[in-house]
Design a binder for this molecule. Structure first.
Ligand code: ADP
Ligand code: SF4
Length: 690
C-alpha cells in the first residue's frame, strides 16, 4: 500500500513517502550542500522531496539566517541542482514558495515587513506595513513570477504556503492579525480572499505542468485566541476543497507543528488534521513524526492520509522508505523527536541531527548515510566506553570492516542515553542506543564486553594498535558554570546532588532546590521527576526563564507551562551563594540582594568534567606504546569536551570515517565559495514584471 503510485494533479508520485518541506539552515548560500542532502532522500526512496521555505522576493528575507530564495532568475541554477539531483532517482521535486509577511526580518533587503494590519515586526522595534490594494496586487504578481520561475527550474510540485504563522496568507486569514475593514477583512470569505487569489494565480500560471499544493495550518493551537480546525480552519478547507491538487495539512503554530517527543507522541497532529480527507477528493499529506510502518499503513487504510509526510523522520533516516520496502524494519534509524535539527535553524548554521551524523555532510564531507569506505588495513581497534560516542564509533568502524572490541564498564550499553531516557518525557531517546546496540549485535567484526571497567593495564596488552577513549563525563557539584566562576559555599555538603546522583537512584529529601546553570533540558526534567515523586521543588536559574536554551528546540513555552502545571516554584535571575543543609542562599543577578530559602537538598546542574583519567594514564605510559604496537590513542565525545548527544554521535562517526583516511583534518571538508565575475557584480535583484 505504501508503494502504490498516486496522481497529484498533472504529476504522479511513485509511492506514498513524501518529504514535506523542512528547513536545513543551508538554502541559497549552500546550493551544493542542499542538492546533495535532498538527493539522499530521493535515493533513499522518498517519492516526493521538497525544498525548505523559498522566499518569493526581497519582502521575504530571513537574513542573517540562510534559506532558499527565488527572487530572480539568478536563483534558478542553484535550485536546479536540487531538482536534477532529486529527479535522478525518480522522485518528484517540490518547492515551498513563501511571502513571510510580518515574520520576515528583511535585514538585508531593508524592505519593511508587510502584513494585513498594523502589528509589531518580529524581533525589531518597528511595525509592519499594512498592505493597501496596490501592495496586495504586487504580492500576487510576485508570487506568480516566483511560480513561473519554479516551473522553469523544473519543479513538479509548487506550493502555496499558509501555515506556521510564517505566511502573509495566514496573516490575512487570522482574525487575530487581520483587522481590516475592506474586502480583505471581516468575514472569513474576505480574509481568505488573498489565499484564494494566490492559489488561483498559481494554478493559472503553472497548473498545466505542475501540481499546485496548498500547505495549510488548519488550527492555530491557541485555544480561543486563534482559529481552530472546527471553525475557520475547517471552513477554509471546505471553501477550497478541490482547488489545490494536493492538501499538505498541519497546524499554524510552528512550535506545536514541530513539537518534541517530550511533549507529544507519534501522530500528535491527527486530532487536528484527520477531518481533511472527509472534505476533499484531492490527495492529502500530513505529518506526525511517523516512523512506524504499521501506523503508516493504517493511516492510509483508515482514510486519514494518502501520503505519509515526514520532515524529521526523513532527516534521521533518509533511507526509511527503502528499508520498509526491503523489510529491513530493524535497520530504520528512528527519529527521537529531540529537535536538534530545528535548533540549528534558530541558532544559525547548517542542520545537524542526533540520530543521523551524516545530515548536512553529504556534500561537504562526502558522507553517504548508508555507505562507508572499506577498511584500509587489518588494524584492530579498541573502543572504551559504550555511550553514544563509543557506540557510533564501533558501529561505523565495524561497517568499514575493522575488527573492533567495545568495552563498557556498566552492564548495559548506551551511556548517558540509557540514563537520561529514564527521565520524564525522554523515553524515545533510548532509540539512539537501541538502534546501535541492535546493529552491533548483528555484526561479526565487533565484539562487545560489558562490565569491563578498563584500566591502563587492560588496554596496554599488545592486542590493539588503535585505542579510542569514549569514557564520557560526570556532572560537577561546585556550581561553576555560565554564571558562577567559583565554587559556592557548602558545595561539599552531603545533601548536594547532581544529575549523576539522580541516575544512581539517590534518595533526595525535600524541600528541594534545583540550581540550573546549564539552562538546557536537564533542570526541567529533573524538576518534573522530583515533583512527580511528591517533593516541593524550586527550580532556580540565573536566567530570566527556565531552560532558556530550549528556545532553539521550540520547547520554551511548553516547559514553562509544564513547570507551572506541576507547581514547581520558579526562582529566576538568581545565582547560588551557599547551602548549609537546611537552606539555600541566592543573590539577584542584577541587584545582588540576598534571599534565603528553606531546602533540605540541593541539586546542582552546572559544568561536566571529562572522564579522561584512562587517557591521561595512557599518555603517562607513552614510552611503552611502540613496544606494545600502539599507534594511536584518541579521545572522542564527552570525554574530549562535554556536549550534546548529537555531538557525541558525530564525534564517533567522524572518527570512524576518518580513521586511516584523513591526514589533515582541517582540509577535509569542502566550502562553497562565491566566485566574483564581472557579470555578477552588475547583477540586480529582478523584481520588475517580466
Ligand atoms: P559520550 O556521550 O561521550 O558517549 P557517555 O557518558 O554517554 O559519553 O558514555 C560514556 C560511557 O563510557 C559510559 O557508559 C561509561 O560507563 C563508560 N566508561 C567510562 N569509563 C570507562 C572505562 N574506564 N572502561 C569502560 N567503560 C567506561
Ligand atoms: Fe529527529 Fe532529533 Fe534528528 Fe531532528 S535531530 S530528526 S528530532 S532525531
Amino acid at each position: 500500500m505504501l508503494f502504490e503510485p498516486l496522481q497529484i494533479g498533472p504529476v504522479r508520485t511513485k509511492n506514498r513517502f513524501f518529504q514535506v518541506p523542512h528547513c536545513t539552515g543551508m538554502g541559497t548560500l549552500y546550493p551544493h550542500h542542499t542538492a546533495k542532502l535532498r538527493e539522499m532522500k530521493a535515493e533513499g526512496g522518498w517519492g516526493v522531496v521538497c525544498t525548505e521555505l523559498c522566499g518569493i522576493d526581497p519582502h521575504t528575507d530571513v537574513s542573517p539566517f540562510s534559506f532558499e530564495k527565488i527572487w530572480s532568475d539568478d536563483d534558478i541554477p542553484g535550485l536546479q541542482l536540487m531538482v536534477n539531483a532529486v529527479h535522478r532517482h525518480g522522485a518528484l521535486a517540490g518547492i515551498e514558495l513563501v511571502h513571510e509577511g510580518s515574520a520576515a526580518s528583511n535585514r538585508l533587503s531593508r524592505y519593511r515587513a508587510q502584513s494585513a494590519s498594523a502589528r509589531p515586526t518580529r524581533g525589531m522595534p518597528t511595525q509592519v506595513r499594512a498592505l493597501d490594494r496596490d501592495d496586495i496586487l504586487e504580492v500576487r504578481q510576485s508570487h506568480r513570477r516566483a511560480a513561473l520561475r519554479a516551473k522553469r527550474a523544473g519543479f513538479d510540485i509548487i506550493y502555496v504556503y499558509a501555515s506556521h504563522t510564517l505566511s502573509i496568507l495566514t496573516d490575512f486569514l487570522s482574525e487575530r492579525v487581520n483587522r481590516r475593514d475592506d474586502d480583505y477583512g471581516g468575514a472569513l470569505e474576505n480574509r481568505a480572499r488573498l489565499l484564494k487569489e494566490v492559489l488561483s494565480d498559481t494554478k493559472d500560471a503553472v497548473g498545466d505542468q505542475c501540481a499546485v499544493a496548498l500547505r495549510f495550518g488548519v488550527d492555530e493551537v491557541l485555544g480561543k485566541d486563534g482559529y481552530g480546525w472546527q471553525d475557520d480552519g475547517r471552513r477554509v478547507v471546505e471553501m477550497l476543497a478541490d482547488v489545490p491538487d494536493l492538501w499538505d495539512v498541519n497546524v499554524n503554530n510552528l512550535d506545536f507543528d514541530m513539537m518534541t517527543s517530550r511533549f507529544t507522541d507519534e501522530g500528535y497532529q491527527e486530532p487536528f488534521t484527520s477531518f481533511v480527507k472527509g472534505v476533499t477528493d484531492k490527495p492529502v499529506v500530513g505529518v506526525g513524526r511517523y516512523t512506524s510502518p504499521d501506523r503508516m499503513v493504517s493511516l492510509i487504510k483508515k482514510g486519514v492520509l494518502d501520503l505519509i509526510g515526514a520532515a524529521r523522520p526523513s532527516i534521521a533516516d533518509p533511507f526509511l522508505p527503502n528499508k520498509i520496502r526491503d523489510g529491513r524494519i530493524e535497520d530504520i534509524r528512528e527519529c527521537i523527536g529531540c529537535n536538534m535539527c530545528l535548533s540549528m535553524q534558530y541558532a544559525g548554521g547548517p542542520i545537524r541531527c542526533t540520530q543521523n551524523p551524516t545530515i548536512g555532510e553529504e556534500w561537504r564531507r562526502n558522507w553517504h548515510p548508508e555507505k562507508i569506505q572499506r577498511r584500509k588495513s587489518d588494524a584492530r581497534v579498541l573502543v572504551v566506553g559504550g555511550g553514544p560516542a563509543g557506540l557510533e564509533a564501533a558501529l561505523a568502524l565495524g561497517k568499514r570492516g575493522y575488527e573492533v572490541a567495545l568495552a563498557e564498564a556498566r552492564d548495559v550499553l548506551g551511556g548517558r542515553v540509557t540514563q537520561e531516557s529514564q527521565l520524564p518525557g525522554l523515553r524515545a531517546w533510548s532509540r539512539v542506543s537501541d538502534y546501535r546496540t541492535y546493529q552491533l549485535s548483528q555484526m561479526q567484526s565487533v565484539q562487545t564486553f560489558l562490565e569491563s571497567d578498563m584500566q591502563v593495564e587492560d588496554v596496554l596488552v599488545g592486542e590493539f594498535g588503535d585505542i579510542v577513549i569514549a569514557t564520557g563525563s560526570k556532572w560537577q557539584r561546585n556550581g561553576i558554570g555560565r554564571c558562577l566562576r567559583q565554587a559556592f559555599d557548602g558545595c561539599t555538603h552531603e545533601a548536594v546532588y547532581t544529575p549523576d546522583s539522580v541516575f544512581a537512584g539517590a534518595v533526595i529529601e525535600g524541600p528541594i532546590v534545583i540550581y540550573d546553570d546549564e539552562s538546557y533540558y536537564m533542570g526541567g526534567v529533573i524538576a518534573e521527576k522530583l515533583s512527580k515523586e511528591g517533593h516541593a521543588v524550586t527550580l532556580m536559574t540565573p536566567e530570566a526563564e527556565v531552560s532558556g536554551m530550549l528556545r532553539f528546540t521550540g520547547e520554551l513555552q511548553s516547559v514553562q507551562t509544564r513547570m507551572h502545571e506541576l507547581d514547581v516554584r520558579i526562582a529566576s535571575n538568581r545565582k547560588l551563594v551557599s547551602f548549609d543543609g537546611s537552606s539555600v542562599t541566592s543573590a539577584c543577578v542584577y541587584s545582588g540582594r540576598l534571599h534565603v530559602q528553606e531546602a533540605a537538598s540541593l541539586v546542582v546542574i552546572c559544568l561536566r568534567e571529562p572522564n579522561d583519567r584512562l587517557y591521561k594514564d595512557l599518555l603517562n605510559r607513552k614510552s611503552d606504546w611502540p613496544g606494545l604496537g600502539v599507534r594511536s590513542v584518541t579521545l572522542i565525545g564527552d570525554c574530549y569536551a562535554p556536549g550534546t548527544i548529537a555531538e557525541a554521535i558525530y564525534a564517533g562517526h567522524r572518527f570512524a570515517r576518518e580513521f586511516q583516511e584523513v591526514q589533515d583534518q582541517n582540509e577535509d571538508f569542502r566550502l562553497e565559495r562565491i566566485v566574483l565575475e564581472e557579470s555578477s557584480l552588475q547583477q540586480r535583484c529582478t523584481t520588475v514584471p517580466e
